[in-house]
Structure formats: C-alpha cells, structure tokens
Design a protein around this ligand. Structure first.
Ligand code: AMP
Length: 319
C-alpha cells in the first residue's frame, strides 16, 4: 500500500540528519521539481535538519534553484533519497551509495529495484505528483509550502507536457489545483517553460523543416554535431524540440537522434500509443511506455530503431 510507504518514509525522514537528495543525470523540470520541492518541504517542517540537493546544474532551468556542494564525509550518517530515477546507472552523483540508508521515490516502471524503501507509483504523471501526494496525505506533519508548491507544479507541468500526455489523470489535475492554492504564479511558471532561447527557436525551425515521416507515422530527425554547432546549441537544448514532430498530423511514434561528442547518438523516443520502452531497452535505454531514451552507436542502429517503431505501430494497429 502506498500510504504505508508514505508513513515509513516520513518516519525515516523524521529520524535522519543529514538528508541528501539526488535525481537523474540530464535533469528535466520533474527531476528538479521533485528533488527541490521535497527538500523545501523537509526544510520547513524540520528546520534543524541539514538538507542538501546534489547534481549537475542546468542553466536553462535556473528558475528551479541551485544545487549544493556536499563533502563526501557527510554521506556516512546520511539518509539519501533518490527521486525520479528508474535505474541506478542514471543517478546523478554516484556517492548516493555511500549513505547510511537509501530511499527511492519514482514514477517509472520499476525495472531496477533499489533502496531500503522503494516508493514507486508508475501510474503517477510525474515524480512531483508523488511528492505532492506524500505531503497532502501526511498533512500538517509534512506540510506543503509556497516554494515547494511552485517547484512541484513546475515538475508536473514539465512531465505532462502541460497536461497533454496520457499519464495526465483526474488525480493529476486535482493535485495541480491543490498546488495552485499556494502563493506562486502558475502563469509565470507556464511562461518560463514556454519561453525558448533564440537558438532553440532556430533549432526548432530546423527540426520542423527536416523531420522525415514515413507512411506508418514514424517520424525522425537527426541532429548531428554539425547541426548543433550551426545553431550554437548543445545536447541540453534539444529537450525543447523533442515534442515538435508529435505535433505534425499523422505522426504516431518519433525519435530525435542527437549526435554526441564521442560520436554515438542519444535517442529521444516518443509515442502517442504504441509502447516503445521495449524498443528503448533493446538499445541500451529504457523509460516510460510512451517516452523513452536509448543510445545508438551509428546510423545503422538508428535505422533498426525506426524499423522497430514501424513494427510497434503495425502491432498496435492490429490490436
Ligand atoms: P529523455 O528523452 O532524455 O527526456 O528521456 C525520456 C524518458 O526516458 C525519461 O523518463 C528518462 O528517464 C528515460 N530515459 C532516457 N534515457 C534513458 C536511458 N539511457 N536509460 C533508461 N531510461 C532512459
């Protein structure tokens, strides 16, 4: 039962000091929102505790706060909480394993079970929704506050594509509405998340001009290092162009393939129906049924992924 896990997590937080919160590499608004939102709740509820958030910074998401520098010896006594990260290799900052106790809080399929306590709800739209559930269930023992509500709301908006994707449930909307009762500007968050740098706007133009769409509804676009350089863009900047192929009529599954400096490709895979995380798993990745990531060593492997998308659509059409 989820509520038993909420109680166990609350008890462990109450007993522990320091508390260090990790999340996945290449963080998105949900990773940062659940990480920093949880930290904001703990800090307000237990002002005597030392609470840290760690991992790389992302300049474009600076409105979600900054990370802390934590000396390694602090881990010895620490409760470590990892949010929004399905697999151990994707945890940002490998020192997570040095803590005295480990809690996983996540909404991805539980392919890699880790943690002394593991709160995984793959029906939740986002990890920020789960952290909100934790606070709203525990009420004044673990109260929501304005800053946490702002961060968690941004996390939900980010992972649902502004309430567009199918993981958005009635519960998600109720949770977002509860968060909006707090003192922050939801429209300011919406504007921030909807504002792109000029280079991303120009890269978006490239994606829309160059996306290839086959008869089955598979779309793909390749962003080589040369293209990224042409727009002065980096790997992080590609997050904002990933949804674009899905806005084109007839597209069912799509991939944005981003060449890495070492030569291979980061595969950012999305679907409107056919399950694609099995395809991602066959290519060194994983993720949600309709939003996954993988790695391709070369163009031949990208072609294989596209072929597997074709097959996934055919199976889905037959079902
Ligand atoms: P992205 O395209 O990076 O936004 O990733 C979409 C989803 O796939 C996220 O939920 C990630 O957690 C997951 N994902 C991305 N890359 C990987 C990977 N290499 N291994 C496992 N899951 C991944």
């Amino acid at each position: 039962m989820l509520t038993e896990l909420y109680e166990q997590i609350y008890e462990k937080i109450k007993q522990s000091n320091p508390i260090i919160i990790h999340r996945h590499v290449r963080p998105d608004p949900d990773a940062l929102g659940s990480q920093r939102g949880l930290a904001a709740i703990i800090r307000q509820q237990f002002p005597e505790k030392n609470v840290y958030t760690v991992g790389e910074e992302v300049a474009s998401l600076s409105y979600m706060g900054t990370m802390d520098n934590v000396p390694t010896d602090l881990y010895e006594e620490a409760l470590v909480i990892v949010v929004d990260t399905a697999n151990r290799p994707r945890i940002d900052d490998k020192r997570y394993s040095k803590g005295s106790y480990l809690i996983k809080i996540d909404h991805h399929p539980n392919d890699d079970q880790y943690g002394d306590i593991s709160l995984v709800n793959d029906q939740a739209s986002s990890c920020s929704e789960i952290v909100s559930d934790l606070s709203f269930y525990l009420k004044d023992r673990f109260s929501m506050n304005d800053e946490a509500a702002r961060l968690l709301y941004a996390g939900i908006v980010g992972d649902t594509g502004r309430f567009l994707y199918p993981a958005t449930s009635a519960h998600t909307m109720r949770t977002a509405a509860q968060l909006m009762e707090y003192d922050f500007s939801a429209s300011e968050i919406g504007q921030l998340m909807n504002t792109h740098s000029k280079k991303v706007a120009h890269l978006s133009g490239f994606v829309l001009q160059n996306v290839e769409i086959n008869d089955l509804g598979v779309a793909h676009v390749i962003l080589t290092q040369e293209v990224l350089e042409q727009f002065d863009a980096e790997d992080d900047d590609t997050a904002q162009v990933v949804p674009l192929p899905g806005t084109i009529e007839g597209v069912i599954c799509w991939g944005v393939f981003v060449q890495q400096t070492h030569g291979g490709y980061r595969c950012r895979l999305r679907s409107k129906g056919p399950v694609i995380n099995e395809v991602a798993k066959r290519h060194g990745g994983g993720g949600h049924p309709l939003a996954s990531g993988a790695n391709a060593k070369d163009m031949d492997e990208i072609k294989e992924i596209i072929k597997e998308f074709d097959e996934a659509i055919m199976e889905w059409n037959d079902a």
